[in-house]
Design a protein around this ligand. Structure first.
Ligand code: HEM
Length: 196
């Protein structure tokens, strides 16, 4: 990674902002649920509108980047994309303060609440791909139409299946795609950024 990105002043400075008709309000980030702001009629078309047309990522990179959802969670108070919110009372069964999800098996989930994509949502591995059937079968795990498209669309599916079978391949491709995402369209100070 190259460090030293200059902060943008607002959404108008984000990659793709000049052509983001229909994306107003979220700086061109993808929509979790239809109707899609870009006018796409399928989740796969929406992902390619956002990640390929605006940002220049290919199918393989889109699938790799989506593996970021191995970690983290959604909140009804933030994206509103799920019914689970802040605190134990509104948490999914995987995000309560009593859940054991740390890799070292110690107590604690940080702030309780929200809903994750994977059961072990504090561990970065390939379970988003290898255990997606868990998510499809559990209404306390997320699986958006855009997640679904990754293992059904013919352009995405071979990469999804590869990452499900080969965690090292996922890690290698994820690292390359994340670096590209992180540096895309950014201005660096000093020029060229700081390489560590
Ligand atoms: C493929 C299209 C994508 C869609 C539809 C999508 C959608 C979402 C939504 C709805 C949330 C929940 C936000 C909230 O309620 O707080 C979320 C969280 C998250 N997304 Fe994505 N996202 C996408 C791609 C990505 C990419 C490319 C990355 C990074 C490379 C990423 C990383 C994350 C992470 C780490 C979280 C958890 C944040 C937290 O725990 O606070 N997502 N995403």
């Amino acid at each position: 990674m190259v460090y030293g990105r200059v902060a943008v002043a607002g959404p108008q400075d984000c990659v793709g902002a000049t052509s983001r008709q229909g994306f107003a309000g979220n700086a061109g980030l993808p929509d979790a649920l239809p109707p899609f702001g870009c006018g796409a009629t399928t989740p796969a078309e929406h992902l390619r509108n956002v990640f390929t047309k605006k940002m220049g990522f290919n199918d393989q990179e889109i699938v790799a980047l989506s593996g970021a959802h191995t970690v983290g969670r959604a909140f009804k108070e933030r994206s509103g994309a799920c019914p689970f919110g802040y605190g134990d009372a509104s948490a999914s069964k995987h995000t309560k303060s009593t859940c054991k999800v740390r890799k070292d098996n110690a107590d604690g989930v940080g702030m309780a609440g929200g809903c994750p994509w994977t059961k072990n949502w504090l561990t970065f591995d390939n379970s988003y791909f290898s255990r997606y059937k868990d998510a499809m079968a559990d209404d306390n795990l997320l699986w958006f139409p855009t997640d679904e498209a990754l293992h059904t669309d013919p352009g995405f599916k071979p990469h999804f299946d590869k990452y499900a079978a080969d965690q090292n391949a996922f890690f290698a491709d994820y690292a390359r795609a994340h670096k590209k995402l992180s540096e895309l369209g950014a201005k660096f100070e000093p020029q060229g950024g700081v390489k560590i």
